[in-house]
Ligand binder design. Structure first.
Ligand code: AMP
Length: 420
């Protein structure tokens, strides 16, 4: 028989490690929920045009990495490679921006797909938690999002990360800079692909990882020197708000990010323990995106944090999350009658909110106690025929090893009291 394996570039989340992923998602979501962001869920696929226009025709994501396909009905769809375009599409479609209550603040959590060359920290299926604040131009909003991401990482115990910050200018000053940069780049010795990039999206050439290119970029015009007064003041305000909030960041003039839609504030969270795939999250302002996908002008800002890489970052820093044991009480019945009675006890415990599990499959005492140990339960309830005849069960404290009889009809309350 053929056995199957997970497709290349993907992996399964299985217990006990999967609990870490849930905890990371929860830790990133908690500060958002606490700050007026509402949960949004969009489909795993969209019309391919949405990403082509929204993410950018010249980006690697669209040209090389998209899982695009035609359906039997002839629709051209793509698995979502990122969240922002979908969330904005959904907000526009539901007219959330017309509610008179801007910004619309949304958060999401889900799977994303990019046909990339797999390596540690880079997968074809990965998981992000993201946030978008749609329809307001306010430096405090940019600052809020960066502060909330910082808070999320710190709540997980992470400290070995840095925040890189830049401004990409707006539709006034960015074109002027773009021209100047193009003039500079056209004088360099670049391969054909890169020359094409110079024509379509010259800012992204600054992001080229190759030494041969980076060496030639010394002396390239810097966006900083071209920012208009509005962009400069805006950026300065973001910086001041972050500093006042105690969030440490580094100015990084070369931070352009791989997506076309960013304007003004852009930022990236990088972790220093991750090697080449060091970006754990990133985002920025995308004031032009709504119009690019057919909506009204809606200045917006957002980020997405990678769950997979955040888990790797925890491992790199040697952080063990304090995850509550999934089972507090384990029931071990000895005999048929005990099976029925203890199954009832387990059901009552669960209804009372106590995490309880049961020895299934008719195991003997030894095997059942092994399962109890593995479950991590604090207490084991054991009962045999003689106990039942006496109207009791044996309650064993798995930490101290002590065991004592407890009246059957008092056991749920007794355990609840003991667990506090
Ligand atoms: P991006 O949309 O490219 O800015 O990605 C935002 C975050 O998602 C990154 O900082 C990573 O943490 C994560 N991410 C992006 N692509 C991948 C991938 N192929 N594998 C794992 N994580 C990824």
């Amino acid at each position: 028989m053929t056995t199957f394996q997970a497709p290349k570039g993907t992996y399964d989340l299985i217990p006990p490690d999967s609990a870490k992923y849930l905890a990371v998602r929860e830790a990133i979501a908690a500060p958002l929920r606490n700050s007026g962001y509402g949960y949004i869920e969009t489909p795993g696929f969209e019309n391919v045009e949405l990403f082509a226009r929204g993410v950018g025709e010249s980006t690697d994501i669209v040209t090389k990495e998209m899982y695009a396909f035609e359906t039997k009905g002839g629709d051209r769809l793509a698995l979502r490679p990122e969240g922002t375009a979908s969330v904005l599409r959904a907000a526009l479609e539901a007219n959330l921006h017309k509610s008179g209550n801007l910004p619309v603040k949304l958060w999401y959590s889900g799977s994303y797909y990019r046909y990339e060359r797999p390596q540690k920290g880079r997968y074809r299926h990965f998981s992000q938690v993201g946030a978008e604040a749609i329809g307001a131009e306010d430096p405090a909003l940019d600052a809020e999002l960066i502060i909330l991401a910082d808070q999320a990482y710190r709540s997980l115990g992470l400290s070995d990360f840095r925040i890189l910050l830049n401004s990409l200018g707006d539709k006034e000053c960015r074109p002027v800079y773009r021209d100047a940069l193009q003039g500079f780049l056209r004088g360099l010795d670049l391969d054909e692909d890169t020359r094409r990039r110079v024509d379509i999206n010259p800012l992204r050439v600054l992001d080229d990882k190759r030494d041969s290119v980076q060496k030639q970029l010394v002396g390239a015009p810097l966006l900083r020197d071209y920012l208009c007064d509005g962009c400069k003041a805006y950026h300065e305000e973001v910086r001041e708000l972050l500093t006042a909030a105690g969030v440490v960041f580094e100015d990084d003039e070369k931070l352009v990010r791989g997506l076309d839609y960013y304007t003004r504030t852009t930022f990236e969270f990088v972790h220093d323990g991750l090697g080449s795939q060091s970006a754990v999250g990133g985002g920025g302002r995308y004031d032009g995106l709504s119009e690019m996908i057919g909506g009204p002008a809606l200045p917006s800002v957002g980020w997405a944090l990678g769950v997979d890489r955040t888990v790797l970052a925890l491992e790199a820093e040697g952080i063990e999350l304090e995850l509550p044991a999934s089972t507090s009480v384990f029931a071990v019945p000895l005999g048929e009658e005990a099976r029925r009675v203890l199954f009832g006890v387990v059901t009552r415990l669960r209804k009372a909110g106590v995490a309880a599990d049961f020895s299934y499959g008719g195991k003997g005492l030894k095997g059942a106690m092994k399962s109890a140990n593995r479950s991590g339960a604090r207490y084991t309830v054991v009962a045999g025929e003689r106990d039942l005849a006496d109207g009791v069960v044996q309650l064993k404290d798995m930490e101290s090893g002590e065991q004592a009889p407890v009246a059957l009809d008092a056991v749920v309350e007794e355990i609840r009291a003991k667990l506090g």
